[in-house]
Write a protein that binds this ligand. Structure first.
Ligand SMILES: NC(=O)c1ccc[n+]([C@@H]2O[C@H](COP(=O)([O-])OP(=O)(O)OC[C@H]3O[C@@H](n4cnc5c(N)ncnc54)[C@H](O)[C@@H]3O)[C@@H](O)[C@H]2O)c1
Length: 271
């Protein structure tokens, strides 16, 4: 007898993450790194798939030093062969991955002046890469009762118009459509697919941007009505505050949630 799922099915309404294998694209830094840390704390083994060898190697060395089971595969989400090699190269004693978090994205902020190459840089990772990582993950799951879950990274930018953000917001809007369609297609196989839509998350990139472009530290930026003040909670998120709802959507506690987008935005989309 052969089996691709080497564990019991998660009882409905329970956490059920311990002992499972998760794959996190874009897991070397920022929100992705917080997701890896959260899933390690939940008792998962985690494959970090990231195009940055530098950040990936230092983060994974740190996590391993803390006793966590973390593997690194360096590659671009737009590279189907590298994705296949990453999944195939997992340690033989790890269970088949049943959790996938798609975070890698194209950070291109252009308006209607965007060239074809700008559009590829924006959409290839955000949508084609998302699709390829999802396809590779799903191809290794059983046809029925896979007991698997996927969380895709959208953004408040998927829901609103922002000047100069055409390329980015178009990609993030497409993540919502992708999530709903794939949720429909994969539901019969026991695979749930959801997305999260964070507001501004205070990571290294946002810290640099606020400091260099706006001359603002975190406290000053959060006090400004057009920055932190635009969120009902009057501040930015920490990466761990996005990782926690992602872990919830992956877990058995979200066993009847699929095709949904969860705002993690300090109330921004509520008003
Ligand atoms: N930071 C925010 O305020 C915010 C808000 C809403 C949504 N998001 C989304 O969250 C996700 C993570 O953002 P972040 O701010 O933590 O970014 P980040 O730059 O801190 O980390 C992104 C990681 O993804 C990796 N990566 C980028 N392109 C890749 C590719 N093509 N293939 C493989 N790896 C790739 C990078 O090397 C990096 O390690 C993105 O999808 C972003 O759009 C961020």
């Amino acid at each position: 007898m052969t089996t691709t799922a080497s564990r019991e099915t998660t009882p409905r309404g329970t956490r059920g993450l311990t002992g499972r294998t998760a794959v996190v694209t874009g897991g070397a830094q920022g929100i992705g790194a917080a997701v890896v840390e959260r899933l390690c704390a939940e008792g998962c083994r985690v494959l970090v798939y990231d195009k940055s060898a530098e950040h990936g190697e230092s983060a994974v060395a740190r996590w391993r030093g803390q006793g966590h089971a973390v593997a690194l595969a360096v590659g671009d989400v737009t590279d189907a062969d590298a994705l296949a090699a990453a999944f195939s190269g997992l340690p033989a004693d790890w269970p088949t991955p049943t959790l996938l978090v798609n975070l890698a994205a194209g950070f291109v902020f252009k308006g209607i002046e965007a060239t074809a190459s700008d559009w590829h840089a924006a959409l290839d990772p955000t949508i084609i890469g998302l699709s390829l990582a999802t396809r590779e993950f799903v191809s290794r799951l059983p046809e029925r009762d896979a007991d698997a879950a996927i969380v895709n990274m959208a953004s408040i930018s998927a829901h609103i118009a922002q000047s100069g953000y055409l390329t980015y917001n178009t990609g993030k809007s497409a993540v919502l459509g992708f999530t709903r369609c794939v949720a429909q297609d994969l539901a019969p196989r026991g695979i749930r697919v959801n997305s999260v839509s964070p507001g501004t998350v205070w990571n290294a990139n946002n810290e640099r941007y606020h400091k260099e472009a706006l001359g603002l530290d975190r406290a000053t930026a959060e006090a400004a009505p057009e920055h932190g003040g635009k969120f009902l909670l009057g501040r930015f998120a920490d990466p761990a505050e996005v990782a926690a709802p992602i872990a919830f959507l992956l877990s058995g506690e979200a066993s009847f949630v699929t095709g949904a987008d969860l705002p993690v935005d300090g109330g921004y989309l509520a008003v």
